[in-house]
Design a protein around this ligand. Structure first.
Ligand code: PBG
Length: 326
């Protein structure tokens, strides 16, 4: 057998190439911090910033110039309380930010809002705490999640992405959006989200590390999935599909390629992969030390998500990759 015949010339290699990353695949996360002037580099994520309420518009403008199709917004409000009030306020940080993007750029870029409470609560957990259970109360959190979805939709979000891993969240949000006149707003579910150590740097970026004390769990393992479970991973996504999710997701990506492939083979819905903070930081750290080549490593990783079955990728590399993709 001679397989090298098709590798000897780059034009022929291009002809037989099976998988591509394009700008159409990329979603860039943007962190917006209330009260910040300018921007603030996140120590554990070199090259990624928290932006003040004006500076973030420059970041969005840059994404548009680079041909990126969507941003996903994360907010760090001044007010953090037990139920994440800022996230429920039509004048809250994310609502203001969505309106600003839409007023400034119209439909030049899609605005996806991460729907969760961990950045908005003083305890850093993804919803309302049930003191008896000593963890997040599922149904109380569903109620406020529905409110948060309407706040996002009213502000002009193009898509809503619930990331809290509450049971029945998709059905709840779909019903809320439909009954308030937002039938047209798609839901991208963080359908298969693992309780992963790879989120470490994000919690610096979003200032959302969970507080541990005698009334609270020290991690998110009572709502995010056990990294050991593959059948449950599929079940989580299939349930969200049945509840009406428009796009499914696997998060993180790199250590979960098997999960990406399995879910892709079992759904006809588009699949997003979240190339999370720790995955970005590892690559950056290696590159900054001169141990590996940043651009090649980044493109290989993004490509591997596509090969495994991703239709789109949320990645902190999105701007860097778009620059290379021209
Ligand atoms: C909010 C949320 C998290 C991430 C995205 N949305 C943090 C978490 O679940 O702790 C992680 C993203 C990343 O690590 O890049 N629930």
């Amino acid at each position: 057998m001679n397989l090298r015949r098709l590798r000897l010339n780059s034009n022929i290699r291009d002809l037989v190439r099976e998988t591509y990353v394009t700008k159409n695949d990329l979603i860039m996360p943007v962190f917006i911090k209330e009260g910040l002037d300018g921007k603030n580099e996140i120590k554990s994520m070199p090259g990624i910033y928290q932006f003040g309420e004006n500076a973030f518009l420059d970041e969005v403008a840059e994404c548009i110039d680079l041909g990126i199709k969507a941003v996903i917004l994360f907010g760090i409000p001044k007010l953090k309380d037990s139920c994440g009030s800022d996230a429920l306020d039509e004048e809250g940080l994310i609502a203001r930010s969505v309106r600003k993007i839409k007023e400034t750029f119209g439909d030049k870029i899609a605005v996806i809002t991460d729907l969760c409470f961990c950045e908005f609560t003083d305890h850093g957990h993804c919803g309302i705490i049930n003191p008896k259970l000593k963890t997040v109360d599922n149904d109380a959190t569903l109620e406020i999640s529905a409110k948060q979805a309407i706040v996002h939709a009213k502000a002009g979000a193009d898509m809503i992405a619930p990331s809290g891993m509450m049971d029945n969240i998709i059905e709840t949000l779909r019903n809320a959006l439909d009954s308030e006149g937002y039938k047209h707003i798609p839901i991208m579910s963080y359908s298969t989200k693992f309780a992963s150590a790879f989120y470490g740097p994000f919690r610096d970026a979003a200032e959302s590390a969970p507080v541990a004390n005698e009334f609270l769990p020290k991690d998110r393992k009572t709502y995010q999935m056990d990294v050991a479970n593959a059948r449950e991973a599929l079940l989580e996504s299939l349930i969200d599909e049945a509840e009406g999710a428009d796009i499914l997701m696997v998060k993180p990506g790199l250590a979960f390629m098997d999960i990406i492939k399995t879910i892709k083979e079992n759904t006809l819905k588009p699949l997003c992969v979240y190339n999370v903070s720790g995955e970005y930081s590892m690559v950056k750290a290696a590159a900054l030390n001169g141990w590996m080549d940043y651009e090649n490593l980044m493109m290989e990783i993004l490509l591997s998500f596509k090969r495994a079955g991703a239709d789109m990728i949320i990645s902190y590399h999105s701007k860097d990759a778009a620059k290379l993709l021209k």
